[in-house]
Write a protein that binds this ligand. Sequence first.
Ligand SMILES: Cc1cc2nc3c(=O)[nH]c(=O)nc-3n(C[C@H](O)[C@H](O)[C@H](O)COP(=O)(O)O)c2cc1C
Length: 349
Amino acid sequence: MADLFAPLRLGALDLPNRIVMAPMTRSRADANGVPLDIVAEYYAQRASAGLIVTEAIYVSAMAKGYVRTPGLVTSEQVAAWKKVTQTVHGKGGRIFAQLYHTGRVALPDWLPGGVAPVAPSAIAINGTNQTDEGKKPFVMPRALETDEIAGVAAEYGQAAQRAMEAGFDGIEVHAASGYLIHQFLDATINTRTDRYGGSAVNRVRFLREAVESVVAVVGKDRVGVKISPRIKFNDVVEPDAEEVYPVVARELSECGIAYLHGARQGAYEVHNLRALFSGAYLAGSGFDFEKANDAIVSGTADAVVFGKPFLANPDLPRRYREGLDLAQPDQGTIYWGGAKGYVDYPAHM
Ligand SMILES: Cc1cc2nc3c(=O)[nH]c(=O)nc-3n(C[C@H](O)[C@H](O)[C@H](O)COP(=O)(O)O)c2cc1C
């Protein structure tokens, strides 16, 4: 019977174990969205994961939503990511790029010409976003015109093309955490009356178009999608998640992608979608070793995604396998601190 350490065929990849490193924003890019040199070292230290999923990477200039986050837009960014993938591959690892457009989360500070961010509808998030000049309130986004939306979906495919040039093994499309794709899914954020709003199928359309644009360039067996229904973040509400997510699972099955990554971060039993999805199911959020191993043994998931445990434990698979103690991360350097709190967590002795 398979356990957490059993190999897994995931689309086009052979994973040596079922421990996946979750996408985690660490804000170690320069002002131009180019990942710093330490990013290669950080991911390479974690190459014993069955699969690494990078931090979210913005797909276009309009997609950047946070200070010091990286992109896959310019040739400098592609060159820096190439160093990351080569270093990870040199350590025997596998790495997917997580691609996102932040939609209404972005502040004009980071957008070309200081314009307003775009979103399905002109509804602002309550609260603030962190900048180098302190916290600033979210702004009123501009609702996308119907005839612009296919072009925005195509940006995911264009970024995926650059990701493959940079040597990534595949792409995780970020449909979670209240970013642009999730904004389309949520009826309280998307009040459109065209073919991208209203019914569940219509609200899923943008996700489907984005995924199809990625599949067209990298192939369906190198694509995954992350969802986090009803996450309490970025004003996500999703009153009809019970209707929407079965449609998501069905449509993504039709796309034939390699995996669905469900993070159980809100009041919705996302792992039940496994039964509705034809590819591999990756369960995430709140797992420790025992719960994760149970999830594999009981058939709840094909692989388990670990976020916070990877922060201070670069050799997490070995620690789990050998029952070694886990280090705790320093909270003050998660999004700030350069090399400190990033590449200085040692492997277990
Ligand atoms: C520091 C940090 C940064 C994160 N950044 C991202 C991100 O860029 N993309 C994403 O999909 N999820 C992100 N997440 C969520 C994680 O991928 C994961 O779903 C969450 O931490 C729950 O899993 P865990 O309990 O194993 O940590 C982040 C989480 C943390 C702790």
